[in-house]
Ligand binder design. Structure first.
Ligand SMILES: CCCCCCCCCC(=O)SCCNC(=O)CCNC(=O)[C@H](O)C(C)(C)COP(=O)(O)OP(=O)(O)OC[C@H]1O[C@@H](n2cnc3c(N)ncnc32)[C@H](O)[C@@H]1OP(=O)(O)O
Length: 138
C-alpha cells in the first residue's frame, strides 16, 4: 500500500471538518497509488445507528458515495456529481467495530464516470457494495 491523504471537502458531511461542519463524520480519505482506490477507515459509534447497534444504511450510502467521488477526484480536477447510486447491504455493520471502504473508478465515457465501492469488516467480509454514475458538471 502507498497511501496519500486527500484534502477532503471542509463542508462535507462525510469528509469535512468540525469547524466548517460540526455534524460531519470527519472521516479521512486516502488514495492508494498502487491499487488505485480510495481508502477510508472508520469505527461507527452509537450515534450512527438506525436499529440499536446496527449502522444506518443511509449513512453507509453516504460513505460509499464519498469513496467513489474521491476515486474520480484523485485523477481529475473537474467537478462530478452523483447521478445514479446503487447499493447492496450484504452484512450488517455494527457500532464499535472497525471497517474500511474502498472506491474505484472503473471508466469514463463522455461526461460520465462509472465507479464502484465496497465496505469490508476486519475479517475481510464484504458488508456493503455500491456502484454509481457520476456526471461531470458543465
Ligand atoms: C470529490 C470531492 C467531493 C466529495 C464530497 C461530495 C461527494 C458527494 C457527491 C454527491 O452526493 S453530489 C449530490 C447528489 N447529486 C446531485 O445532486 C446531482 C443532481 N443532478 C444534476 O445536477 C443533474 O441531473 C446532472 C448534472 C447530473 C445532469 O444534468 P445535465 O443537464 O448537466 O446533464 P444531461 O441531462 O444533459 O446529461 C448529461 C449526460 O449524463 C447522463 N446522465 C445524466 N443523469 C444521469 C443519471 N442519473 N444516470 C445516468 N446517466 C445520467 C445523460 O444521459 C447524458 O449522457 P450523454 O452525455 O452520454 O448523452
Amino acid at each position: 500500500m502507498s497511501l496519500v491523504k486527500l484534502q477532503g471537502t471542509p463542508s462535507c458531511f462525510v469528509c469535512g471538518n468540525e469547524n466548517d461542519n460540526p455534524r460531519s463524520l470527519g472521516l479521512n480519505i486516502f488514495w492508494d497509488n498502487e491499487s488505485r482506490y480510495t481508502f477510508i477507515s472508520f469505527i461507527p459509534d452509537e450515534s450512527w445507528c438506525g436499529y440499536e447497534g446496527m449502522v444506518h444504511g443511509g449513512l453507509l450510502a453516504a460513505i460509499i458515495d464519498d469513496a467513489m467521488a474521491w476515486s474520480i477526484k484523485a485523477s481529475d480536477d473537474d467537478i462530478y456529481v452523483t447521478g445514479k447510486l446503487t447499493i447492496s447491504f450484504r452484512k450488517e455493520v455494527r457500532c464499535g467495530k472497525k471497517y474500511v471502504a474502498h472506491g474505484f473508478l472503473e471508466r469514463k465515457e463522455g461526461r460520465r464516470a462509472y465507479t464502484s465501492a465496497v465496505i469490508k469488516d476486519e475479517e475481510g467480509n464484504t458488508c456493503v457494495e455500491g456502484g454509481a454514475i457520476f456526471i461531470r458538471v458543465k
